[in-house]
Design a protein around this ligand. Structure first.
Ligand code: UAG
Ligand code: ATP
Ligand code: API
Ligand code: MG
Length: 497
């Protein structure tokens, strides 16, 4: 493809007429080959502009960079927002892409909702995939990308690879980092879901307002003009503000939840009754009331399932098929996943809660099922929002009977210091640094009527220790460790009081 043609298709002005052949796109000079367009971005660690000479040396035909960057020996595509311009250009290169693309944003619930949307589409007969924290998931399995929203080149090439394999429907997770760094642009996104909003990532976005604005780029700029905004109504003032953004953009607003529209533009949740193995939901859509038995526990899972149903309806699926599919949803890896039942008889659940709101949601999901005590084991990641740690401690202490604070990906920080920050928010919690020891302690303490919740790592397969050159990932899977500990801890002779 010729550079000039790509630029004019993207509506980008070029400094000169250009019929250089473009062979690919790269944001890392080490991935540049002859004919590549290189995106030189200022980063949080280094300035990509420092690698422009190396990229040109490796054969870059053009460099997208700020006006002040020096580009010699290749075309300088000047932009005040190089990440955005690069993305728009790259989106013209990667084709074909799937016909039906939807996105999901929100503080918690993105992975679950994207994955449930994929499952519903599949049950409606479509060839579907999801892209997010779990990687790229197709009916054949998942391939990890390492990030929730991959970098723009990986994202677009995944989209086009999926289309070539015959995938027609893709749901992707739009993280706030991804949105603010233009990692997902230039596609025809026909619907976008907003699950909820609460504190996270205030290390990266300085304020909640900035964090919310990053998320709202999805409605403001990323989706197509005629897209549908599927909004969960249970997230307080943020729901109203998300609807405002959608209306400003003239999107079709589709509301979901207790305040959802009961007509064609929503799913109203009329009643919600926990059962032993799941929950019964009575919902109204387009004037039809239906009772669905969702085979998953926890109010948060019903919220995600209904937003996913809204996304499937927004892409034209038949309502009866969609609601029937909701009653057949499979659990999402690491989200309230029951790993094992201990020899004493206590179920052990693994969940990915790593924000105060998520911890509260995970605990509330389990509470109706606990006859004895709820024992919560969790930590907080290093090099991430520090202010959420004590809040997570408070949420855990307020809603569980026993709290054990442990390590969760310390990264470049001192693990003991992270635990101390969490402990400040707790009352009566125990601190056990080593995660395996903490899980053993919880399982040892659990009696028949108790439930153990191990939160924060969900599907993750390793503990990240150190950063930069010294970073190591030690294999660690909460599900496997819980099973091993349960095998080693014998039955209890008497129940705890
Ligand atoms: C803070 C953050 O988001 N960083 C991401 C960002 O890096 P950056 O732009 O700051 O990159 P940098 O390392 O400073 O380098 C600047 C530029 O120089 C280039 N470079 C660098 C070195 C070199 O030798 N040659 C070269 O060309 C880099 O490719 C980059 O374009 O862009 C990179 C490429 O897309 C990401 O890998 C990187 O994710 C880091 C590893 C990360 O940990 N990100 C986390 C916080 C994240 O993004 N999480 C979100 C949200 C999670 C959620 O809520 O679900 C996610 O979407 O996963
Ligand atoms: N709708 C929801 N409301 C509140 N909490 C939720 C909701 N959905 C999920 N959670 C909590 O958040 C955890 C993570 O869920 P999920 O992976 O779906 O979210 P995510 O937004 O993709 O997270 P991440 O930002 O890490 O990608 C769950 O394990 C659960 O504890
Ligand atoms: N996507 C989230 C994952 C957090 C998971 C938790 N285990 C941690 O390491 O903090 C983040 O990057 O903040
Ligand atoms: Mg996710």
């Amino acid at each position: 493809m010729k550079l000039g043609a790509l630029a004019s298709a993207a509506g980008i002005a070029m400094p000169e007429a250009c019929d250089a052949l473009v062979t690919g796109f790269a944001i890392d000079n080490r991935k540049v080959a002859p004919g590549t367009v290189f995106g030189a971005f200022e980063g949080t660690q280094v300035n990509g502009e420092d690698f422009i000479p190396a990229a040109i040396q490796a054969g870059a035909v053009a460099v997208v960079a700020r006006p002040q960057a020096t580009v010699e020996g290749a075309i300088h595509i000047v932009s005040e927002e190089p990440r955005q311009t690069f993305a728009q250009l790259a989106a013209q290169f990667f084709s074909p892409v799937p016909d039906n693309i939807v996105a999901v944003t929100g503080t918690n619930g993105k992975t679950s909702t994207a994955e449930m949307t994929r499952q519903i589409w599949r049950m409606c007969g479509h060839s579907a995939a999801s892209i997010g924290t779990l990687g790229v998931t197709t009916p054949d399995g998942s391939v990890s990308t390492g990030l929730t929203t991959p970098d723009i080149v990986t994202f677009l090439s995944n989209m086009s690879g999926l289309a070539r394999e015959g995938v027609s429907h893709v749901a992707y997770e739009a993280s706030s980092h991804g949105l603010s760094q233009y990692r997902n642009e230039g596609l025809h996104v026909t619907a976008a879901g907003f699950t909820n909003f609460s504190r996270d990532h205030l290390d990266y976005h300085e304020t909640m307002e900035e964090y919310f604005a990053a998320k709202m780029r999805l409605f403001d700029e990323v989706v197509s003009d005629s897209a549908t905004a599927v909004v969960w109504t249970g997230t307080g003032e943020w729901t109203d503000r998300a609807i405002d953004h959608a209306q400003q953009r003239n999107l079709r607003v589709f509301t979901v939840g207790e305040q959802g529209d009961s007509g064609p533009n929503g799913i109203r949740l009329l009643t919600h009754t926990p059962t032993q193995l799941g929950q019964e939901l009575e919902v109204e859509h387009d004037g039809n009331v239906r009772t669905i038995t969702l085979p998953l526990i926890g109010a948060y899972q019903s919220a995600n399932a209904l937003v996913a149903a809204g996304l499937a309806l927004a892409t034209g699926c038949d309502p009866s098929a969609v609601f029937d599919a909701v009653s057949r949803l499979q659990p999402v890896r690491g989200r309230l996943e029951r790993a094992v039942i201990t020899q004493a008889g206590a179920p052990v659940y693994i969940d990915y809660a790593h924000t105060p709101d998520a911890l509260e949601s995970a605990i509330s999901a389990l509470k109706p099922h606990v006859k004895g005590r709820l024992i919560t084991v969790f930590g907080a990641g290093g090099d991430r929002d520090q202010g959420k740690r004590a809040e997570m401690g408070r949420a855990a202490s307020a809603h569980s009977d026993v709290v054990i604070v442990t390590d969760d990906n310390p990264r470049g920080e001192d693990a003991a210091a992270i635990r101390a920050e969490i402990m400040r928010g707790t009352t009566g919690a125990t601190e056990v640094g080593d995660r395996r020891d903490a899980i053993t302690e919880a399982i040892t303490a659990a009696a028949r009527d108790d439930i153990v919740l191990i939160a924060g790592k969900g599907h993750e397969q390793g503990q990240i220790i150190g950063s930069g050159e010294t970073m190591r990932i030690l294999p660690f899977d909460d599900v496997t460790v819980a099973r091993e500990c349960a095998a080693n801890v014998g039955p209890k002779l008497e129940t705890n009081s």
